[in-house]
Design a protein around this ligand. Sequence first.
Ligand code: CTP
Length: 378
Amino acid sequence: ILSEAADELGVDCYVIGGFVRDYFLQRGNPKDIDVVAVGSGIELAKKVTQKLSGNPKISIFKNFGTAMIKYGDMELEFVGARKESYDRNSRKPVVENGTLQEDQERRDFTINALALSLSSKNFGDLLDPFDGIGDLENKIIRTPLEPGITYSDDPLRMMRAIRFATQLDFIIELKSLQAITENKDRIQIVSKERIVDELHKIIASKKPSIGLSLLHKTGLLDYILPELTALEGIEEVEGQRHKDNFWHTLEVVDNISKTTDNLWLRWAALLHDIGKAPTKKFHKKIGWTFHAHEFVGSKMVFKLFKRLRLPLNDKMKYVQKLVLMSSRPIVLAEEFATDSAVRRLIFDAGDYVDDLMTLCEADITTKNTKKQKKYKNN
Ligand code: CTP
């Protein structure tokens, strides 16, 4: 239908972006299809709507020169090929009509700039001017233009690079990593909602530590979750050291991700030790302590959710509750809860007890101290 509609209008048209990338990666069942017309994307979308049966819903965004058709559970996005230029203080580009090649150049990564022709004269031809296929094979995230330009034009792409590297288990090319590090402060012009969308995708990945450590390495994490980077480092006083709670946290998040897809339980794992930075003290007699860090941590969860515009609803309360209880391995002794103090703790944990157990297990597998082992073996 797309091909027929494009031929009738006499415009060249291509499917581009995530659909093509995921097609070559044989990944999932893509529901979003991005279509580029070398001409008017809106006219092409209108023509396609006429040809589709079952009354599809079309939305036209005149100001952006784009249109979207909802068809069953699929979303088809139409845009005219364009070149873009950016103002330094905004993610909103100045747009002009352009060629397919110019449209491919304005895209974030070579693997997202692959285009498959839909016009009947060369149906199915792959247009890949930046060797995106080579990068798919070599598992590399690379930008079509100089990385400094791509990331400075649209700083959200710094998060996207790290998100794709995490989801696909790809390497970000060195030049790109350097450009992200240099442009890290420009993340401040990106809306919190967009940043959090990408962060959620990183946390929901198979191995979130890939993205979290890249966010840390590039310095982006200092802007997004400074509560976490404050946990990094090991101090030594009178020969006594504490563990590095930042790297420990990343291990806990990976451990928990092996057993659950629950996004908010993963968030709880990520935040379970944040109270340790402000409560850290050294006592001559007992060594390092983080007294009441659970209480401080659960209060910090509220501030952090507010700052990142995360929902301040039952999801937040759930994370708070897990953070508050997470450092009490005693709940692991549930089955042996004979004394009233233990029963009281289990009662407090209430509906959260299963998730709390999962969190404690994920933590214990990285702690391995004698005391923890004792609880586990009991
Ligand atoms: N794109 C871009 N820069 C951005 C966002 C998007 O160049 N900041 C381009 C890329 O070519 C991308 C396409 O627009 O492939 C569609 O973007 P989007 O739907 O956000 O992402 P997908 O690549 O489709 O991947 P996913 O669905 O996994 O987010």
